[in-house]
Design a binder for this molecule. Structure first.
Ligand code: 4AD
Ligand code: MG
Length: 461
């Protein structure tokens, strides 16, 4: 089919330009013997107005062409005398591929809640809101690669099925082909040596450990792929399946890591403000949770940096405001994170040097022996959007941290090896891609920024 996309048509329209277009009918109305159709093909935020006069050969086709129908139209572009668009299309021929029954098609004109739309996940991409969100998501994914490729980072593909628990938090999904009804047993326990891989295996929670060995050869690398966590967190910022971007830099410390995180985030904000202007303008007007000016402004704003110890002191001043206690040694809850970003500093904040005991075993122990070279980047509305650290590169220190965390060396012997052979300072972080998309689009729930959200007790598609 020799069709033009609406995005192409509207980016260089001209009077009399012949046009062949395909798409879905968003709405249809008739006035003074002329039919008007708003057509969307998903290529951009705008619809194309089709004009079909009563006498036209295309007019009889309108009987089987309701909201939601898929059509092809041929005709000419002309300057529009009406309001809301500068060009419209005069249709001379039309073909209806598939109609949508006006009684049962759920997306009639407007006014559906996001909750309702979540229940029709296979149709919601046809709405203005989700079209905008998924195009922004695409734009950000492209910008991620642009940023790292522009800096000479190598994109590495770490495994989805893995034998190791990177974060040590125990929220792993098992991967197995054993018979659930009757698994093989050995001395009373399930015998995983008979399983597909001959050992226990899981869906990855992070590509970091594998990215580390690649960075110890290729220098600067990054991953961009799906990760899985069986956390039972039914919140507006947790998914059981989410995408993560994890850069890892050789010969780098925590300062380099923070500088990279900040440059990266600011690049993404600038790029999306420039290239996603129409989508962001729609979301800004519709939901009023974001502003393009605010996103553009983030592209220049330096992040506040504060140590965990100072953050706890700051939060202590407002202790009465919180549900959860604030005390040195306890992890920050999202109410604390949001208080720092939304009330104290009014912008992104990097919290560094967390207590050793609340962070993962691989983070580099600081001189004080109590804290580690960790950083969390917090942003307004969302809280933690990135988490990273300088990695422990000293063999004895790493081994003692692993013993303390009761991690058996066996399955991670290869990881320890990296400290035996040419160990070097290195650092990296993980950016939760859906949290980023959520932050940029202003969607209140993370389930609205991924086509098929995975959360406890819910699986469709
Ligand atoms: O802080 P996390 O757990 O860090 C890591 O996984 C490290 N291995 C990263 C690294 O240093 N290479 O996760 C990183 C980010 C979080 O800051 C958050 O944005 C996102 O991943 N994230 C989630 N996003 C959605 N749903 C969840 N359940 C998430 N858990 C973490
Ligand atoms: Mg974290």
């Amino acid at each position: 089919m020799n069709r033009l996309k609406i995005r192409e048509i509207l980016s260089r329209p001209s009077q009399g330009m012949p046009v062949d277009v395909c798409g879905w009918v968003r709405s249809r109305r008739e006035s003074k013997g002329i039919a008007f159709i708003a057509l969307s093909d998903g290529s951009c935020q705008d619809t194309l107005q089709l004009v079909i006069p009563e006498g036209s050969a295309a007019f009889p086709r309108l009987r089987g062409c309701n909201t939601g129908a898929a059509v092809r139209a041929s005709g000419y572009l002309r300057e529009s005398p009406g309001k809301g668009q500068s060009f419209e299309m005069e249709v001379s021929a039309m073909e209806v591929f598939g109609d949508a029954d006006p009684v049962t098609y759920p997306l009639q004109k407007k006014g559906h809640t996001l909750e309702f739309l979540r229940e029709i996940g296979h149709l919601r991409p046809r709405t203005n809101t989700y079209g905008a969100v998924f195009r922004i998501r695409n734009l950000l994914a492209r910008a991620v690669h642009e940023f790292f490729q522009g800096r000479g980072f190598v994109w590495v593909h770490t495994p989805i099925i893995t034998a190791s628990d990177c974060e040590g938090a125990g929220d792993l999904f098992s991967v197995t082909t054993l018979d659930h009804e009757n698994p093989p047993r050995h001395e009373g326990r399930i015998d995983f040596s008979k399983d597909f891989f001959g050992a226990r295996s899981y869906l990855t929670v992070s590509g970091q450990l594998e990215a580390e060995f690649l960075s110890m050869a290729l220098g600067d690398v990054y991953t961009f792929g799906p990760t899985f966590r069986a956390e039972n967190s039914n919140t507006s910022r947790h998914l059981a399946e989410f995408w993560m971007i994890e850069p890892e830099m050789a010969f780098a410390d925590l300062q380099d890591d923070m500088a990279l995180a900040e440059d990266f985030f600011r690049f993404l904000c600038r790029t999306v403000a420039e290239q996603g202007e129409h989508e962001l303008a729609f979301l800004e007007k519709q939901y009023k949770t974001i502003s393009i000016a605010g996103i553009r402004g983030l592209g220049d704003k330096p992040f506040v940096r504060i140590t965990y110890t100072d953050a706890v002191r700051e939060l202590g001043k407002a202790a009465g405001k919180f549900e959860f206690p604030v005390e040195w040694g306890l992890d920050l809850q999202s109410e604390h994170e949001r208080y720092l970003t939304d009330t104290v500093f009014c912008g992104p904040v990097i919290v560094t040097d967390y207590p050793r005991d609340i962070k993962a075993f691989y983070m580099r122990l600081n001189e004080d022996g109590r804290t580690v070279a960790a950083m969390d980047v917090l942003v307004p509305r969302i809280g933690e959007i990135m988490g990273g650290s300088q990695r422990e590169e000293r063999l004895e220190v790493l081994e003692s941290r692993m013993r303390a965390a009761a991690i058996s060396g066996g399955s991670l012997e290869w990881y320890v090896d990296l400290r035996r052979f040419g160990s070097a300072p290195h650092a990296g972080f993980g950016l939760g891609f859906e949290r980023l998309v959520q932050y940029i689009t202003g969607m209140p729930n993370i389930r609205d920024v991924i086509p098929c959200p995975r959360a406890p007790l819910s699986i469709r598609f």
